[in-house]
Design a protein. Structure first.
Length: 319
């Protein structure tokens, strides 16, 4: 079945990536200043879907000590969502059970779809230069409608919620300042999903604070269909590239975000000490590449990443 899934925040959310609270000056384990990213990681969406499918199928136990799958349900759980965590460095497709494909997360407002894209269309590109480019204007802070000619900035969509205080106990890492977000007006997060399961509407949790979202399900055969009018390669999802881009395209306007994932399981009966994967850097959705090489295209076409919404792009080539 193919769905359009929308996620409407019911409270402020904190999408932290690999940036979490920790002791002052402890770069490895965190910081006391945390600012939410605008979008959840695709791997977080995958994890949320796994949990929700197991919940709706009745094999996830929910008790005071936490959540887990009982031993007699392990085989069923593996059939539903697979038994492995997503590994962004894996070259072959991993098995996530009945979850077949996710699109990149985008923004949705009353049937109108918005994607992030650097504002290259406001300038004239010629011979590796952008005519009229103003470095004082944030070229990355740009969201475009796929249905209309509407262009918005992040302040039109995301409302910052700042919180400063001390955690209970007064320990060394008790001081914190964080910036969460809410979506303005009728905006929601959205993505397309192909799954062999009949999902129902629900309330789910997502993000570093476990914020609640209203998950709504609509059957849909649509896709995140966008063609750049100039034929530029435009990233629709955050993208893992292992080649030096300076050597494999004529021009690029790109930003990077860091990515790490948790490698071990959460314990129910003892303190959880989480181990993180090695840090890698992704090129952020909305980045634009002009005249990419075939080697770069081959590098982006990582089927394991593409099946959960990473490494998705649009490109029709340029003369």
């Amino acid at each position: 079945m193919k769905y359009l899934i929308t996620l409407k925040p019911l409270e402020p959310f904190l999408f932290g990536g690999d940036n979490t609270f920790g002791k002052i000056g402890d770069k490895e384990n965190g910081t006391y200043l945390v600012k939410s990213r605008h979008f959840p990681q695709q791997s977080a969406i995958l994890g949320m879907l796994k949990k929700e499918i197991m919940t709706q199928s009745g094999i996830l136990s929910r008790k005071l000590r936490g959540e887990w799958v009982d031993k007699h349900h392990w085989q069923k759980a593996n059939e539903l969502v697979g038994c492995e965590k997503f590994d962004i460095t894996e070259q072959t497709k991993q098995n996530f059970g009945i979850i077949k494909k996710l699109s990149p997360v985008f923004l949705y407002n009353n049937t109108e779809k918005f994607i992030k894209k650097v504002d290259i269309d406001s300038y004239e590109y010629n011979n590796k230069l952008l005519k009229g480019y103003n470095p004082k204007k944030d070229i990355y802070d740009n969201f475009i409608s796929l249905e209309k000619n509407t262009k918005l900035s992040s302040k039109d969509i995301f409302k910052p919620i700042e919180q400063t205080g001390n955690k209970t106990g007064g320990k060394e890492n008790s001081l914190f300042k964080k910036t969460s977000y809410l979506l303005r007006d009728d905006f929601s997060f959205a993505f397309y999903l192909e799954v062999d399961f009949e999902l129902s509407n629900s309330i789910i949790s997502l993000g570093a604070d476990g914020s609640r979202f209203k998950l709504e399900v609509q059957k849909s055969d649509d896709s995140l269909d966008y063609q750049d009018k100039n034929g530029y390669l435009t990233l629709l999802g955050d993208t893992y590239i292992t080649l030096p881009i300076k050597e494999h395209c004529e021009f690029a306007i790109a930003s990077e975000i860091s990515f790490r994932s948790l490698q071990n399981k959460k314990h129910v009966t003892k303190e959880s000490k989480f181990k993180k994967s090695n840090r890698v850097y992704l090129y952020e959705k909305g980045s634009v590449f002009i005249k990419p090489s075939q080697e770069l295209l081959n590098n982006i076409n990582n089927q394991n990443c593409q099946q959960i919404g990473y490494n998705n792009y649009t490109y029709k080539g340029q003369n």
